[in-house]
Design a protein around this ligand. Structure first.
Ligand SMILES: *Cc1c(COP(=O)(O)O)cnc(C)c1O
Length: 391
């Protein structure tokens, strides 16, 4: 059998044709495909504005800049995430404060966030970056209430959850990235994510002022908009008004993104189908624990807002299972090594033991293969090998 990774991209002939057509067009970058991708992505997640950028990390960095993160800022995030969720605050000189996870979901624990906020005077913390870890969606309505009490902004790191949603207190579906509750949301189009462009990222928001800042920061802080210029010397004239970056994404990649986005719903449905098969296979197996939210899919006709970027199980001998699966060409993965235990964050004063739930979770977690092109046969093989090991 071919090696089975934990995640992989799915590229069709339509995707290839879309990229080739752009290669043959007048624009390799800064052409019409950028705005088209932004528009279709904004529609997909239900946000007013979208800004396409070179990758998800650049998206986070621009968000932190647009929200004015600086040396005085103190920002809360989860240790169970890709390090970029925290790094973006450091890029702007701000301080990161991790808060432990809820062990049943591995999401940032809102009660612990509240306790931390209560322990300091109002105004001490600046913002929160919740992460829709594994595709499981954070209840941003609750986070918004808390954030408003303490005057905080919210960046939703929705890299794992395009198409995911939670149900708010009015019974309404709130799609990840729609920015009804968060100030800004970000996505990545790295090949393991739902929509792949190789490298790529997106910011969504409903706030026009933030949107304008993001456009400026994405391209060196330069504007040509006659309404924004301080002077005007003629048609060539532009102004660099802020210190921005080159975080642009090429047209070819946006063409690929547009094409991929057309299959996003089908991919998501397939991910949920795969999750259900895993749920049914592992639900009553001793020695395997499924993250709580995943088991919801077991209930009759239950709809789930989980976007299943990852399918995570917890086992006592994680290293043993990881190694055993590798001998069978199954490349499961570990998400994540808690960010606060990274040498860089340890140098800033964090240490092992600071966030016990995150560390316990890390010692047991394993992400099983989860991607739309995983075949039923391959999944059966994975299930068989996992069960064989834990027996
Ligand atoms: C992938 C990812 C990022 C970073 O995205 P890149 O496009 O790789 O820079 C940030 N946060 C999370 C949660 C991610 O999974």
């Amino acid at each position: 059998m071919e090696p089975i990774p934990y995640g992989r991209q799915h590229i069709t002939q339509d995707d290839i044709d879309a990229v080739v057509a752009t290669l043959q067009s007048d624009f390799l970058t800064q052409g019409p495909k950028v705005a088209e991708f932004e528009q279709s992505f904004a529609n997909y997640v239900g946000a007013k504005y979208a800004v396409a950028v070179s990758n998800g990390t650049a998206a986070l960095h621009l968000c932190a800049m647009a929200l004015g993160v600086n040396e005085k800022s103190r920002v809360i995030t989860t240790p169970i995430t890709f390090v970029a969720s925290a790094n973006c605050v450091r890029y702007c000189g701000g301080t990161i404060e991790f808060v432990d996870i809820d062990p049943t979901t591995a999401l940032l624990d809102i009660n612990k966030v509240r306790a931390l906020l209560e322990s300091k005077p109002k105004g001490y913390y600046t913002g929160i970056i919740p992460v829709d870890f594994a595709g499981n969606t954070v209840n941003l309505e609750e986070f918004r209430k808390l954030a408003d009490e303490y005057g905080l902004w919210i960046i939703e790191d929705a890299c794992h959850a395009p198409g995911g949603y939670f149900i708010d207190s009015n019974g309404e579906k709130q799609l990840c990235g729609n920015s009804n509750y968060a100030d800004l949301a970000i996505f990545s189009f790295h090949p393991v994510k739902h929509i792949a462009t190789g490298e790529g990222g997106m910011i969504t928001t409903n706030d026009e002022a933030l949107y304008q800042k993001l456009l400026l920061y994405r391209t060196h802080g330069i504007t040509r908009d006659p309404q924004l210029l301080e002077e005007n010397h003629g048609p060539w004239y532009m102004e660099m008004q802020e210190l921005g970056y080159n975080y642009r994404i090429p047209d070819m990649l946006c063409a690929l993104g547009i094409s991929q986005l057309q299959r996003a719903d089908a991919g998501l449905a397939r991910r949920r189908g795969i999750a259900k098969v895993y749920d049914e296979a592992f639900a009553y197996v001793d020695g395997i624990e499924i993250l709580q939210t995943a088991t919801e899919a077991l209930q009759e006709d239950s709809e789930t807002g989980h976007a299943y970027h990852l399918y995570v199980i917890k086992v006592a001998d994680r290293k043993g299972l990881y190694d055993f699966l590798r001998t069978h060409n199954i490349f499961a993965q570990v998400h994540y090594i808690p960010a606060h235990t990274m040498p860089y964050y340890r140098d800033l004063g964090f240490k092992k033991g600071d966030y016990p739930e995150a560390e316990l979770y890390y010692s047991q977690c394993l992400s099983l293969p989860m991607y739309p092109s995983l075949t039923a046969e391959e999944q059966e093989f994975v299930i068989e090998k996992v069960k064989e090991f834990v027996k």
